[in-house]
Design a protein around this ligand. Sequence first.
Ligand SMILES: Nc1ncnc2c1ncn2[C@@H]1O[C@H](COP(=O)(O)OP(=O)(O)OP(=O)(O)O)[C@@H](O)[C@H]1O
Ligand SMILES: [Mg+2]
Length: 249
Amino acid sequence: MIDVRGLSKTFEDRKRGKIEAVKSISFEVHKGEIFGLLGTNGAGKTTTLRMLATILQPTAGTAVVAGHDVSAEPAKVREHIGYLTGDTNLYTRLTPREMLTYYANLFGLSKADRLAAIERVAKRFGLDEFIDTKIGKLSTGQRQRTSISRAVIQQPELMIFDEPTAGLDPISARHITEFIREGRSGGVTLLFSTHYLREAENLCDRIAIMHDGEIKATGTLAEILSQTGTEDLEQAFFSLADPQAAAAT
Ligand SMILES: Nc1ncnc2c1ncn2[C@@H]1O[C@H](COP(=O)(O)OP(=O)(O)OP(=O)(O)O)[C@@H](O)[C@H]1O
Ligand SMILES: [Mg+2]
């Protein structure tokens, strides 16, 4: 479903100079799998997901997403994915219903399909109590639930989610993880980023641990533990992302 080969992104930052945000990473995400990108702040997760969602052009390397190359056929890639950005940049002057209507129309849904789609996400993510309130007046978690609804309004076969549960209370977070699990039973593929070790452990079929622009380990939880000679994901994570702290414990 996703095939990433030697993907790199270098930013030219006026103050900081050249920043190698992603350094020649390679990994695959198989159809129907939940794949977690786990990493520290600044590891390069968002940059990676933005390249896969065709928001950013890679500096080097290739990525094929849902059968299409991100550089050659970005529009085709976008037709197949539901992308949730990390920045909750929503149209503050619209209501969730207006925004969802707008996106449903972009995907060419008929009126009946659009109404059904909005009802489906409203129920799934508990939007009803604020669906007609301007987004500018919503709480962080309410905005996040609106963003996720927007990302999946067209029922994509592949979801790319940047920190889907960030800013959510435990109950709302549970709604999202349930939604993700249901998706998997329906054959939907999910690639998502997270800082939460527990979330990665509970949800993922496979995990990649990213640090400083590189993928340090990839595999099932059991594979990562055996690769790192550790007993749990927390130890594995520290041994890869912060070896000094790991040695001190
Ligand atoms: N547009 C940009 N211009 C310059 N540098 C950037 C840009 N976007 C990201 N970076 C840098 O690239 C590196 C990786 O950032 P990225 O946002 O991909 O990390 P992340 O793993 O998503 O971190 P977090 O967990 O904090 O969200 C950081 O050093 C960041 O400052
Ligand atoms: Mg990020």
